[in-house]
Design a protein around this ligand. Structure first.
Ligand SMILES: NC(=O)C1=CN([C@@H]2O[C@H](COP(=O)(O)OP(=O)(O)OC[C@H]3O[C@@H](n4cnc5c(N)ncnc54)[C@H](OP(=O)(O)O)[C@@H]3O)[C@@H](O)[C@H]2O)C=CC1
Ligand SMILES: C[C@H]1O[C@H](OP(=O)(O)OP(=O)(O)OC[C@H]2O[C@@H](n3cnc4c(=O)[nH]c(N)nc43)[C@H](O)[C@@H]2O)[C@@H](O)[C@@H](O)C1=O
Length: 314
């Protein structure tokens, strides 16, 4: 990508899209095209087609999606399937029709079978049943991977797919029900400390394990891979280390200064017991994460505090 390339960041106001925009600008890329969902509803094929004909971007980061935690995925099953299929179909197809040089599709670690061996290697895709709570979302993401590969096979499109692990960081979604675990716990422990509540409740058993990557680290990986990776298939992006939900809660408790008790709501789903990414392919491609979990949580907590009542709830 040369500095004059026109780069479209789909989803630039989201946690990942905004991190990608920061990374590109920090590296001197200023010919960026961005649209809010109010300006350009990516579910609408006609307006997406018109947008691409007008703008003709050289590169596309596809970071727009319907995104949420385990309860959101299991509640809005139709929305997660329909909206994500529409968004990615429209962008990938219009990119092909308008000669986009390279596109990066962002999938997710939930695409792997629920009980696949750990750590998850890229070739475990489609080797077993998916986790029920986020199957619609996972099916949409798998379709995106397959679409990029099919457009490469039939039309020679250089469209790559990356699979980030669970992410957190600046501009995260702090919605009490729809968010992912880490932003949810930051908010819940903070509010419990503020209100002197005796107990903070964690969903599920606390025994599942999750891997967490800071969104600005992910953006650096995306920037690196967009310049250096041109293969079909998929690339896991993670830290290669995971932590139990219970230990994560204890870490957030310590960072937010909460002094009360923790209990567990077993009526809430645990989801996949573990989804640790094998990051050998990523490391061999030349990239490793830099921000460790405790440091990242402190950064995310500061961002949460700085936003106050304006914190995002999606
Ligand atoms: N968060 C996580 O833990 C993980 C995320 N990912 C992937 O990373 C990508 C980004 O996720 P994340 O940044 O967390 O998500 P966010 O919810 O923070 O951002 C998603 C963005 O997508 C845009 N968007 C959603 N629907 C539409 C639409 N119909 N038309 C136009 N824009 C739309 C929104 O734009 P607007 O603000 O203008 O409405 C929003 O800014 C997704 O592909 C997700 O699957 C992968 C693994 C983990
Ligand atoms: C990125 C990934 O994210 C999703 O999968 P997930 O990792 O299971 O999502 P999660 O972060 O919501 O939960 C992780 C674990 O944490 C536990 N947990 C405890 N307490 C809270 C809590 O308060 N909120 C939430 N959300 N979870 C909690 C929760 O019970 C579960 O055991 C996919 O839907 C899909 O979006 C995807 O690809």
């Amino acid at each position: 990508m040369d500095k004059s390339s026109k780069i479209y960041i789909a989803g630039h106001r989201g946690m990942v899209g905004s991190a990608i925009q920061r990374t590109l600008e920090k590296n001197g890329y200023t010919n960026l095209v961005v649209k809010t969902s109010a300006e350009l509803d990516l579910r609408n094929q006609a307006v997406v087609s018109e947008f691409f004909e007008t703008e003709k971007p050289d590169y596309v980061f596809l970071a727009a999606a319907k995104v949420g935690g385990i309860i959101a995925n299991n509640t809005y099953r139709a929305d997660f399937l329909y909206e994500n299929l529409q968004i990615q179909n429209n962008i990938i197809h219009s990119s092909h029709l308008n000669g986009v040089k390279k596109l990066m599709f962002l999938g997710s670690s939930c695409i792997y079978p629920k009980m696949a061996p750990q750590p998850l290697k890229e070739d475990y895709l489609l080797t077993g049943p998916l986790e029920e709570t986020n199957e619609p979302y996972a099916i949409a993401k798998i379709a995106g991977i397959k679409m990029c590969d099919a457009y490469r096979a039939q039309f020679g499109c250089n469209y790559i797919s990356v699979m980030p692990t669970n992410l957190y960081g600046f501009n995260d979604n702090y919605h009490p029900q729809n968010s992912h675990v880490l932003p949810a716990l930051i908010r819940r422990f903070h509010e419990a400390a503020e209100q002197n509540l005796p107990t903070v409740t964690i969903w599920g058993s606390g025994s599942p394990k999750r891997e967490f990557l800071f969104a600005d680290d992910l953006a650096e990986a995306c920037f690196y891979l967009m310049q250096n990776y041109n293969e079909p298939g998929l690339v896991n992006i993670g830290t290669g280390e995971d932590i139990s939900i219970k230990d994560l809660a204890l870490l957030v408790k310590e960072i937010t200064g909460y002094k009360g008790e923790i209990d567990f709501d077993h009526t809430k789903p645990d989801g996949t017991p573990r989804k640790l990414m094998d990051v050998t392919k990523l490391h061999n491609a030349g990239w490793r994460h830099k921000i460790e979990l405790a440091e990242g949580i402190k950064l995310a907590y500061q961002d949460f505090l700085s936003k106050g009542a304006l914190v995002a709830e999606r």
